[in-house]
Design a protein around this ligand. Structure first.
Ligand code: NAD
Length: 426
């Protein structure tokens, strides 16, 4: 009889962490996973919390900031995951996201465990100089915790290529030589990968042919609606149009546009580059972000924020295929409703894994100092995504479970197998 409390440990407790554990426990139950492994995997292996001083541009003002880095699992290789800057970042959120990264990497077969980090600060209120000081001091605080063979950060909410460049520079100054492989998502001038920016969106749409084929939907001319026109949504739109789909609706924070005959995607991208958002674009009818989700379309790609498809609107979604490009865009209740309606949902852990896959390529290229062409990167990305999709679909058909459960079974099983053969030390 197990005497320890098998629930989420108190130190990491937060609504998001509880949800990540609950999702894992459900899958573990379906798989009949070894009890000892189950117990081990709901607790992050390492969690570092730091506080550090941050001098504002007003020299007399020095704040104390909280920073975090959590490594969920060191079994699979180094750990990998983003760093976010936001005013509500906390240990529970970062730990939940680190666990999800473990599953995502294992689903696509990358040799990483999951990690995540963050600083509790509103990046929008910071000048460029302040951003740089926060980043360099945070890096100094976690410097012994990260490294090309230990833990490799990447951008996430509120951080970008420039933030990664400062982390790489700070780490390299301490090492005494350049260490580009310590982060991914760097500018190409520092050993960043070409095609990283497009990777997640490209990866999402690379699954359209196989997914559409599975539900007997012809994808040539299929109507696609995309919520979010940022890094992910824009390249998903461009990719979908290039493969012969008709992108009938797109949106961003300023609202959406709908044209049943199809929108000119490249023109939309140029408009956003020049003006910042989609507002004022001359073609198409205006729709709200909520309306976009319910438009008549064959393929829906939520690529903006989480929890946009809920039990309130799920029964009005008309798409037959939903690709989760954003993290967690469909709530658990809505997922059940969509399934009952017969929609085929490709879950985030699989659909948006193109980003971390090209990050993996970047790390490999940095370690070898040998850089691949864009064509090689795109071809290898397609190959990995398509193999992962086929494997997840096979599990889903064999076990008669939905794609989300199947994807998690694949990820958790890979991790469990590795843990069992490595054994317990000492
Ligand atoms: P981004 O900031 O580049 O773009 C976000 C887009 O969503 C923008 O067009 C913005 O205007 C729009 N948006 C913001 N709030 C909105 C709202 N409330 N309603 C509608 N639209 C809104 O971000 P991104 O990198 O494109 O990421 C989008 C999603 O994909 C996020 O959920 C992110 O976690 C996830 N994701 C991104 C990557 C990546 O490589 N960038 C990888 C995996 C997952």
């Amino acid at each position: 009889m197990r005497t320890m409390d098998a629930g989420p440990p108190r130190e990491w407790d937060s609504p998001m962490y509880r949800e990540a554990v609950a999702q894992f426990q459900r899958v573990a139950e379906t798989m009949n996973l070894d009890e000892n492994i189950r117990e081990r995997l709901i607790k992050p292996q390492r969690a570092l919390m730091v506080t550090f001083p941050f001098r504002r541009d007003d020299y007399s003002e020095v704040d104390t900031l909280f920073g975090y880095r959590v490594q969920h699992l060191l079994t699979m290789g180094p750990t990998k995951g983003g760093i976010r800057y936001a005013s509500d970042v906390n240990l529970g959120e970062v730990s939940a996201l680190a666990m999800l990264m473990t599953w995502k990497c294992a689903i696509v077969g990358l040799p990483f465990g999951g990690a995540k980090g963050g600083v509790r600060v509103d990046p929008h209120g910071l000048s460029r100089a302040e951003m740089q000081r926060v980043t360099r001091r945070y890096t100094a605080e976690i410097i012994n915790f990260i490294g090309p063979n230990r833990d490799i950060p990447a951008p996430d909410l509120g951080t970008n290529e420039q933030t990664m460049a400062w982390i790489m520079d700070t780490y390299s100054q301490h090492a005494g030589h350049s260490v580009p492989a310590v982060v991914t998502g760097k500018p190409p001038a520092l050993g960043g990968s070409v095609a990283r920016r497009e990777a997640t969106g490209r990866g999402v749409v690379s699954l359209i042919p196989a997914a559409a084929n599975h539900i007997s939907l012809g994808f040539q001319g299929a109507r696609v609606a995309i919520q979010g026109f940022g890094n992910v949504g824009r390249y998903a739109a461009i990719g979908a149009a290039q493969m012969g789909c008709s992108v009938v609706a797109v949106s961003d924070i300023s609202g959406g546009l709908y044209d049943p005959k199809g929108l000119a995607v490249e023109k939309l991208a140029t408009w956003v580059d020049e003006r910042g958002d989609l507002s004022g674009y001359p073609d198409g009818d205006s729709v709200s972000n909520e309306e976009l989700l319910e438009l008549p379309c064959d393929i829906l790609i939520p690529a903006a924020v989480g929890s946009v498809i809920t039990k309130e609107n799920a029964d009005r979604i008309k798409a037959r295929l939903v690709l989760e490009a954003a993290n967690n865009p469909i709530t658990l209740e809505a997922d059940d409703i969509l399934r009952e309606q017969g929609a085929f949902v490709v879950p985030d852990v699989l659909a948006n894994a193109g980003g971390v896959t090209v990050s993996y390529f970047e790390w490999v290229q940095d370690l070898q100092n040998y850089f691949w062409s864009e064509n090689e990167i795109v071809a290898r990305l397609r190959e990995i995504m398509s193999r992962a999709f086929d494997e997840v679909l096979a599990i889903s058909l064999k076990r008669k479970v939905d794609m989300r459960t199947a994807a998690l079974i694949k990820g958790v099983q890979r991790v469990a197998d590795a843990k069992l053969v490595r054994g317990v030390y000492p």
